[in-house]
Structures are given as C-alpha cells and as structure tokens.
Ligand binder design. Structure first.
Ligand code: EPU
Length: 420
C-alpha cells in the first residue's frame, strides 16, 4: 500500500511551481466532447482524475494523446460513441457526471450511473437535472442510473437554488447549442467557471458573464477548432503551499498565482499572521510571524473555499487560542478532524461547526487521507509534528495534487513515498 511519510520540524525555503487547476482542467477535457475536431490543451497536470477522464474518452473511441512531461493533451472526439451500461470509469469519479451535458448535445440522449455520495457529502445532482429540464431535456432516475433525453432543446432562464459549480458547468455546456438565449441566475462564480467559458468561447460559443452570478449563453449552431488552450493555475494548490509556509514558520516563493482568485485565502491568512506579496505571477509568502486564531466560514466563491478548510484547520490546530470553522458547502467535510485528533489536535465538532483549540505541538503517527484536501492537511500537519507521520490512502491526494511530495522535498521538507 502506498504511503507518504513526513518527518516534521524542517523549515521550508525556495520556490515551488503551481500546476494548472484540477477543477478547471476536468470540465475543459469533458467539454471537448462538444466539438469533434483536434483540440490541444497545454500544461495538463498528471493527476489521477485526469487519467480517469483520458481512459474514459479512449474507451469511448476518442483519440487521445497525452505527454505527461510537457502536459500537452491532444483530444479528438470525432469517433465518439455513446456510453454503455454500467461504466466503471464513470462510477469512479464524481466529476464525470459532467459528461452528461456534452453527451446530450452530441447524441440527444445519455444514460449513466447515478453518482453516489462520497466522503464529504451526499452530493445530489438535482440542480443539474433542474437545469436540463428548463432546456427541454427530460430525465429520469431509476435502477441506479440517470437517463436523459432531449425533447425540445431551447434556451431558457434557469435559477439555481444554490450556486453549484458542477450544475453551472453542466448547464453552460449543454446550452452552447440550445437555440435562443439561456440565462443562468445564481450561477457559481468560481474562477474555474470563468475558465470553462473562456475555453468554450475559444471554440466559438457565445457565453457572457461567466465568473459572475448571471451567465448568458446565446446558442450557436456549430463550433470551430480552437487554438491550443492553457487552463488557469490551481488556486487551491497555491493556497495549500501558503498554509505550508505559515505552519512551518517559513518564507517561500510560489510561482503561478493569480492573486484575485486567491483573495479569500490571502485575506484569511493575513488575519492569521501569514503575509504575502505579489511580484507578477510570483507570490512571496512570509509565514515567519506570530499566528493568531481566526474564524472561518466556507462559502461559494468569492467566499472562503471549502477546498481550503482542512488545510487551514491543520494550521489553526497549532495556533494558540480558539478558532471556529463553519463548513456550509458540504455536509460532511470534517473527516480530517479525527485524523488531526490522532496527532494531538484539540478539535470539537458540533454539527457543521468545529472549534479548534490550538495546542503547542502535534505528534506524528499513522493517519489517513480521508479525502483529497484532508490528505493535504495531513501532510501540512506532518511538516510540524514531532516525529514521523505516515499517511495512508493517498490515492485521494493523487487525484488532485501532482508530485506533491517532490514539490515539498524541493522546498526542504523531509517527505517521501513508500510502496510497501
Ligand atoms: N449540490 C446539490 N445539488 C446539485 C449539485 C450540488 O445539492 O445538483 C450541493 C452539493 O451536495 C454540495 C454543494 O451543492 O453540498 C456544492 O456542490 P457543487 O456542485 O458546487 O460542487 P461540485 O461541482 O460537486 C466542485 C469541485 C469541488 C469543490 C466544489 C465547491 C470539481 C471537479 N469539484 O464540486 O472540488 O469542493 O465544487 O467549490 O470542480 C476538491 O477539489 O477537493 C473538490 C471537492
């Protein structure tokens, strides 16, 4: 079983390069289904979730060439076939529900396994289906599948009860060809939504307002071959390294940061005593000062990201004083509390609220990555814990971070992977 071993106590120094964002690249890969021509994506990170999507496209008869060294990904979906039955790869990854919209646009129908819940929550798809219905697509859930068929595709006004990232992306992709105008109200505003629209527009789609609460899509009848496209940097990976500087009292440089995308994390870390300075796309993070407890409430963008909650909790668990963390996006995203507790953290949970009482030090032990970001939090805690931390179930970490142990080792951390 693969594990990541961290020996705590080293200060970090030097520079780290941030990869392209997982949550931008996944929907963009899926969106290539809309356009049967050769499409080139640049700097695609070698992530487990990317591999699953590549394998899915190959299984569906698409031509896919990936060079993990340059990150060039060439996709041609001209020979795409429909998804059949109980597809293992679809069930493997939640983000694969995003294929529904583009598949509907290509074949007029699509049947895939109903995505299950996961470690962080039940994760229903009602908002995706509500959007489809407004666009003239009927859907039905039964026998573990979601089956949808286009009845009368047309633009419409869609109000999302919650600004769901996935539902916004699925509706945006489906409505690219919907005759007339589609307006998504209360749309998710995450930078990854803006980036997906940038990609779709580069192929000739007509999308305005992405990145804000109201997105307008004018249906087009066809798309053209786009120029090679490079998605945005990963704001959550950058945030994870910012916390790493804070938790180890270090000063590091992070290459590949869009300051605006990281604003909520930058502001919260500043409140906590971790400061940063931008120099173009480089961020110099100074985590050497005294830390203060802070209160955090996760919210849809531009609120504090749920994907940074676990990492911040690791930092606050050794910050003197009491911090209150409220998770409002996912109903079960505190699995890492138990693991941090094993390392000596003092955290109590009451429903969606965690009260973190900072302790003087953490101690290394065997823990597991209960989800992707929880895994990152375990590495961060391991960097300051006394002794050795052994992190299991690291396939969660590999879903969303490229060569994380190499990046930390380059910064001077004592961290490696074992394969026994
Ligand atoms: N929700 C519904 N109904 C729906 C869709 C969502 O009730 O039809 C609820 C979910 O159950 C959840 C909340 O809305 O409680 C937020 O879900 P959302 O749809 O916004 O999230 P997602 O699209 O499933 C993406 C990221 C997540 C990230 C969230 C929130 C991708 C591939 N995943 O998930 O990333 O946490 O947005 O920002 O883009 C991660 O990277 O670690 C990760 C989990």
């Amino acid at each position: 079983m693969e594990k990541i071993i961290v020996r705590g106590g080293r200060k970090l120094q030097g520079e780290v390069d941030i990869s392209v964002a997982k949550n931008a690249v996944l929907p963009i890969i899926v969106a290539t289904i809309l356009n049967p021509t050769e499409i080139i994506l640049r700097k695609v990170p070698m992530l487990e979730d990317v591999t699953v999507l590549i394998n899915l496209l190959r299984e569906l008869n698409c031509e896919v060439k990936f060079s993990p060294i340059t990150g060039d990904l060439k996709i041609n979906t001209s020979n795409l076939k429909e998804i059949e039955g109980n597809n293992e790869l679809i069930r493997k990854m939640r983000a694969s529900f995003l294929v529904m919209g583009p598949m509907l646009a290509r074949f007029g129908r699509c049947k895939i396994s109903m995505p299950g819940g996961c470690n962080i929550g039940s994760r229903p798809v009602d908002l995706h289906l509500k959007g489809f219905k407004a666009l003239g697509i009927d859907s039905e859930i039964g026998y573990g599948y979601v089956e949808a068929k286009i009845k009368n595709l047309h633009g419409n006004r869609i109000y999302l009860d919650f600004p769901s990232v996935g539902a916004t992306e699925n509706i945006m992709m489906t409505s690219v060809f919907a005759p007339g105008v589609t307006i998504i109200e209360n749309a998710a505003e995450e930078p990854e939504i803006w980036d997906l629209a940038r990609f779709l527009n580069s192929m000739g789609a007509k999308i305005e307002g992405a990145g804000y609460g109201r997105i307008t899509i004018h249906g087009v009848s066809e798309l053209k071959q786009p120029e090679p496209f490079t998605p945005i940097f990963d704001r959550i990976e950058a945030g994870t390294f910012m916390v790493a500087a804070g938790i180890t009292n270090s000063k590091i440089t992070i290459n590949g940061v869009n300051e605006e995308h990281l604003m909520p994390t930058i502001e919260k870390l500043k409140e906590c005593g971790v400061y940063c300075k931008m120099d173009g796309e480089k961020m110099i993070v100074d985590g050497t000062g005294e830390k203060r407890p802070v209160d955090i409430k996760t919210m849809p963008y531009p609120g504090f990201p749920t994907d940074m909650q676990a990492q911040m909790m690791a930092l606050l668990s050794i910050t003197k004083g009491a911090s209150v963390i409220t998770e409002t996006v996912f109903e079960n995203r505190f699995m890492h509390v138990g693991e941090l507790g094993r390392m000596g953290a003092n955290i109590k949970i009451d429903g969606r609220v965690a009260i973190v009482e900072g302790v003087n030090n953490l101690t290394g032990c065997q823990v597991k990555a209960t989800d992707l970001r929880a895994g990152a939090a375990m590495i961060l805690a391991g960097l300051v814990a006394n002794g050795q931390t052994e992190i299991g179930e690291i396939y969660h970490i590999d879903r969303g971070y490229t060569n994380i142990e190499d990046k930390f080792r380059k910064l001077g951390a004592e961290i490696y992977r074992t394969y026994r």
